[in-house]
Design a protein around this ligand. Structure first.
Ligand SMILES: [Zn+2]
Length: 64
């Protein structure tokens, strides 16, 4: 998957989540720093299997 803004490459980044009070992995563009699906990841993490689920979704997004 590439950045939706500049089509740059994505990488995994670790972020402090104020809502969940944990470190979570998310997907960020190495070119412009744009966060991919940050809100979606948060929603999924809060609704379903928590942080592990959030991390799995971010990894899947980065790879595809
Ligand atoms: Zn970008």
């Amino acid at each position: 998957m590439t950045c939706q803004r500049c089509f740059g490459r994505l990488r995994m980044v670790k972020l402090w989540d104020d809502m969940l009070k944990v470190d979570v992995w998310s997907c960020s563009c190495i070119n412009c720093g744009d966060m991919i699906d940050r809100v979606i990841l948060q929603n999924r993490a809060s609704q379903r299997g928590g942080v592990a689920s959030c991390t799995a979704v971010a990894k899947a997004s980065c790879r595809s």
